[in-house]
Design a binder for this molecule. Structure first.
Ligand code: SF4
Length: 70
């Protein structure tokens, strides 16, 4: 199942992804992007991939996470 993953070592909390996809991401207490764990819907994937391209630190990706692993 496709889910958004954030590399917290790289995220600088610019907010691009959180503001672009509030249904998938929130800010954590450190001000970094935090995925809520929702499965990426097929109709949202293209827009999320565009956001991934624009992340200034390449901190966001989509990963196929098997049920029960996360
Ligand atoms: S776009 Fe990248 S750097 Fe900005 S909040 Fe999202 S993951 Fe962090």
């Amino acid at each position: 199942m496709d889910k958004i993953v954030i590399n917290k070592d790289a995220c600088i909390g610019c907010g691009l992804c959180v503001h672009s996809h509030p249904e998938y991401l929130v800010f954590d207490e450190m001000g970094q992007a935090d995925p809520i764990g929702k499965e990426v819907l097929p109709e949202d994937k293209k827009a999320i991939l565009e956001t991934i391209e624009h992340c200034p630190t390449e901190a966001i990706r989509i990963e196929d996470i098997k049920e029960g692993e996360n």
